[in-house]
Design a binder for this molecule. Structure first.
Ligand code: AHR
Length: 355
């Protein structure tokens, strides 16, 4: 055999030898890799567990709060956090949307992916909720609205609402003004009114505006000079009021749809050299009845405060308990609300007001 032929034979023997080694090694390596992977847990079936495993005995509730624009809102947040607590058997996932509907939609989608048991939504505005509420419904998660309502055609998109009757609040403001003018023997006079409205598109704003307008519409001598949005904040309330005072020299009544805007508006009125309240140039009608505003009612700075009750947490937890025990719930639960004037803001009322 020549050298070339000999080296060819050697090569083919070597190849056969190598193939033999691989045939043995490969299955061993695959087996080793599999065992290693098993040890690291790579082949364990990953079960999507709801949020946190220790919640197994608790009812998991995702709360989407619209923001923290006012003292009232802080009280409302505290109320829901108190009620949906560990001590009461709940696991709360809380989200503050900072006044943005898109943040609320994101939060709801998060709650759905975490497979919460219930969603509580305090919606910043009334419209634009269909899609995300449909997603919650498809996931089988009941949605409870808190404080404000939503505008949806399909009422089954939410289970219940715990909140306030904002149209009635607006009507109460109108009726109070009627009676006040009668008492003052001014019911035949021309009355110039400006309205500081809350957040554009919010049901609280829409309802209060509608309710007050209903009563105002019954009086030809009530003139609503202008209505401006004040976002339910002190800052905006002051800004809007300043603007209105520049435009109108003869404002008789300010209807301010929450206490925070009222605080700002009163500052603006005083800075303009005018006075407010019971013996003042401008009559002040406010909404909410938080502690600091009630003090101003007692002092005669604010004429009337239409209460909007933020203590809604207990009602929400009660609705959840009913649902948990398989009972039917009402579609709407309205919290109790009063009307405060100098006559009924007693020391007892002030001491009892925690917000
Ligand atoms: O929706 C309730 C309103 O929202 C309250 O009147 C106001 O203070 C809050 O910001």
């Amino acid at each position: 055999m020549d050298t070339e032929a000999r080296s060819g034979v050697k090569k083919s023997r070597l190849n056969r030898h190598m193939r033999g080694i691989w045939l043995v090694l490969l299955p061993v390596m695959v087996l080793l890799m599999f065992m290693l992977g098993w040890g690291l847990g790579l082949f364990t079936e990953i079960e999507e567990e709801p949020y946190i495993s220790e919640t197994s005995n608790q009812i998991v509730v995702g709360v989407s709060q619209l923001g923290s624009e006012s003292g009232w809102r802080t009280a409302n947040t505290e109320s829901i956090q108190r009620a949906i607590s560990k001590e009461n058997g709940f696991f709360l996932i809380y989200n503050n949307a900072r006044q943005k509907q898109e943040n609320q939609i994101k939060a709801i989608r998060n709650f759905i992916s975490q497979r919460v048991d219930y969603i509580v939504l305090a919606p910043v505005v009334e419209s634009g909720w269909e899609t995300v509420l449909q997603e919650a419904k498809q996931a089988g998660i009941p949605v409870i609205l808190m404080d404000r309502s939503v505008e949806v055609e399909d009422q089954s998109l939410y289970t219940a609402l715990v909140g306030t009757d904002s149209v009635e609040e607006g009507r109460k403001a109108g009726r109070w003004l009627e009676e006040y003018l009668i008492k003052k023997r001014m019911s035949d006079r021309d009355i110039n009114i400006v309205v500081l409205k809350g957040t554009e598109g919010a049901s609280a704003q829409i309802g209060r505006t509608a309710g007050f307008s209903m009563i105002a519409g019954e009086h030809d001598n009530w003139h609503i000079l202008e209505q401006q949005y004040g976002d339910f904040t002190i800052y905006k309330g002051k800004e809007v009021m300043k603007d209105l005072l520049k435009k109108y020299k003869d404002i008789d009544v300010v209807v301010s749809q929450n206490d925070d805007m009222t605080f700002g508006a009163i500052e603006a009125i005083r800075e303009s050299g005018k006075t407010v309240g019971v013996n003042g140039d401008i009559t002040i009608i406010s909404f909410d009845a938080v502690h600091d505003a009630l003090e101003m009612v007692a002092e005669g700075v604010i004429n009337v405060d239409i209460e909007c009750n933020p203590d809604q947490g207990e009602y929400v937890s009660e609705v959840i308990r009913l649902l948990e025990s398989g009972q039917e719930v009402e579609k709407r639960y309205y919290v109790e609300e009063d009307v405060f004037t100098m006559e009924n803001v007693t020391q007892e009322v002030l001491d009892g007001r925690t917000y």
